[in-house]
Design a protein around this ligand. Structure first.
Ligand SMILES: O=C(O)C1=C[C@@H](OP(=O)(O)O)[C@@H](O)[C@H](O)C1
Ligand SMILES: C=C(OP(=O)(O)O)C(=O)O
Length: 446
């Protein structure tokens, strides 16, 4: 299953005619991971429609199976999960292979930390470079023990503890993964586990834990920080879940439709949770014509259809405070900035250096290689837009096992004179299987 075992798959993306049509993107990755984890902890059968069937989510499914959950997919695409109950996860008999997935790793570390289990986590070369200290530290305070590779990295072995000690923890970095790891650890911890979040991050865990029946409250303290409290030794009730389309995946056709002259594309069923919708706001401020139609609620999440029309984009200097609401969308936002009129200044983005690749350096090098003017700073990029002129193109651009980098440069190829070659498209399967077919469906390529 993991993308890192086969040979690289390069591909070249060339100038596209006007894009059109109505498309849907796969299910939200964050919600899909949480659907499987929480269903596996409920007693009884949960059903999940619209689950993202990407490698990252399948890694979570395999891990939950290894700990006793029964997880099967119907022929019609509905997933059925029989959970074991909070506190009743089984000892996995094999190392948990997290592939490329930071979310699987950090959330499962939290989940296991308050169970009396020992688990070893392994992952691909990209994941094995990513810092896990941010979850190891607070989970150690709860009583879990870790043997990690140097720098707090994978492979690592976690010895969980039951009962764990409830803690109050103020997040030192804005991270939904760290927040969620602690809330999941709190599920099987006696008393109240509290996470204080000075900067709001995606709130799917809070919404879904409540939906499954956990006793969870969110208060705002005097400094405006979110204080999330969960009462442990919870009993979760099975749910029927409908996963909305992933706004982080919709980002790619959205930017493509804005940049390719004459385009108009409708993207159906896109999750528009305000903690995730920052790119739509950013692109609109740049001049992008994005209409939201049929706003509705799907399973406790705001959803809408987006009608995106090619637009003249201007450079932007966005407030770093909005970073968590579009954290995975910066690579494609940089592509939009590279074709905009005027200069864009992106700051406060040091977190991008610890994603699947260092997304500041990887994007700066790749964008320069295809003719964009980019300066890398300590915490961001300064990009001089072409004023709507196509990029020269080139490559092969190094994607370093990073799906979002691969897809961003594929889109850049659609607005280049000479085409853009991406060195390896395999990582796209982690979050967006069917990405290339969707480009074809919009008329971007044959
Ligand atoms: O909680 C989640 O599902 C995620 C949180 C974010 O990571 P951080 O918590 O590291 O910011 C994001 O980048 C990742 O793709 C998914
Ligand atoms: C950062 C990402 O995912 P993860 O942390 O789960 O690997 C992403 O999907 O862009």
């Amino acid at each position: 299953m993991p993308a890192h075992n086969d040979a690289p798959t390069p591909a070249t993306f060339t100038a596209a005619p006007a894009l059109s049509g109505t498309i849907t993107v796969p299910g939200d990755k964050s919600i899909s991971h949480r659907s499987l984890m929480l269903s596996a902890l409920a007693i009884g059968e949960s059903r999940v429609e619209g689950l993202l069937e990407g490698e990252d989510v399948l890694a979570t499914a395999d891990a939950m199976r290894a700990m006793g959950a029964d997880i099967v997919r119907d022929a019609d695409g509905t997933w059925h999960v029989h959970g074991v109950g909070v506190g009743c996860l089984l000892q996995p008999q094999v190392a948990l292979d997290m592939g490329n997935s930071g979310t699987s790793t950090r959330l499962l570390m939290g989940l296991i930390a308050s169970h009396a289990l020992t688990a070893t986590f392994v992952g691909d070369a990209s994941l094995s470079r990513r810092p896990m200290g941010r979850v190891i530290d607070p989970l150690s305070n709860m009583g879990a023990a870790f043997t990690a590779s140097p720098g707090g990295r994978l492979p690592l072995t976690l010895r969980g503890i039951c009962p764990a000690v409830p803690i109050e923890y103020r997040l030192p970095v804005a991270s939904a993964q760290v927040k969620s790891a602690l809330l999941l650890a709190g599920l099987n911890t006696p008393g109240i586990t509290r996470v204080i979040e000075p900067v709001a991050t995606r709130d799917h865990s809070e919404r879904m834990l409540r939906g499954f029946g956990a006793d969870l409250t969110v208060d705002i303290d005097n400094d405006g920080a979110r204080v999330i409290s969960i009462r442990g030794e919870a009993m979760l009730q099975p749910q029927n879940i409908v996963v909305p389309g992933d706004p982080s995946s919709a980002a790619f056709p959205m930017v493509a439709a804005l940049l390719v002259p004459g385009s108009q594309v409708t993207i159906r069923n896109v999750g528009l949770n305000p903690t995730r919708a920052g790119l739509v706001d950013l692109l609109r401020e740049m001049g992008g014509d994005i209409a939201i139609i049929r706003p509705r609620d799907v399973g406790g999440e705001p959803v809408g259809d987006l009608v995106v029309t090619a637009s003249r984009l201007s450079g932007i200097d966005p407030d770093p405070a909005r970073a968590p609401s579009m954290i995975d969308e910066y690579p494609i936002a940089f592509v939009a900035a590279a074709l905009a009129h005027g200069r864009s200044v992106f700051r406060g983005l040091e977190e991008l250096r610890v994603k699947e690749s260092d997304r500041l350096t990887t994007m700066a090098i790749g964008l320069r290689a295809i003719g964009a003017q980019v300066e890398e700073t300590e915490d961001g990029l300064i990009i001089e837009g072409t004023g709507g002129e196509p990029l020269s193109g080139g490559g092969p651009v190094a994607t370093l096992l990073d799906h979002r980098i691969a897809m961003s440069f594929a889109i850049a190829g659609l607005v280049s004179r000479g085409g853009v070659t991406v060195d390896d498209m395999r990582p796209v399967a982690t979050s967006f299987p069917g990405f290339v077919d969707l480009l074809k469906a919009m008329g971007a390529m044959e």
